[in-house]
Design a protein around this ligand. Structure first.
Ligand SMILES: [Zn+2]
Length: 98
């Protein structure tokens, strides 16, 4: 009967399911599975909302573990890939037939 205080949640950053235990856990666990995800999410949203520029965002992302980036929520992943230059910009098309 003591089950009710644990709740299954989905991390808004990496999309992983985890169990949140309200009594025992840090407040960030309401939205993120780890402090790492919390930090990544904050950096990405700060960048998206123009609070920090790409240089700062990149520097901040370096302090986090991005090894699971492929599993991240699409929105987060796209921003991280863009910042890391993995995604080609649409303007940079290879075919230049004039
Ligand atoms: Zn996570």
């Amino acid at each position: 009967m003591a089950k009710a205080k644990s709740k299954a949640r989905k991390c808004v950053c990496c999309g992983k399911s985890y169990v949140y235990n309200r009594r025992d856990e840090a407040p960030y666990r309401r939205m993120y599975c780890s402090e790492n995800c919390k930090g990544i999410f904050k950096t990405v949203s700060d960048f998206v909302f123009g609070k920090i520029d790409a240089t700062k965002a990149k520097a901040e992302l370096k302090s986090f573990d991005l090894s699971g980036v492929d599993e991240f929520t699409t929105d987060i992943k796209e921003v991280i890939e863009e910042l890391n230059g993995k995604k080609k910009k649409v303007e940079e098309k290879e075919d230049s037939n004039e």
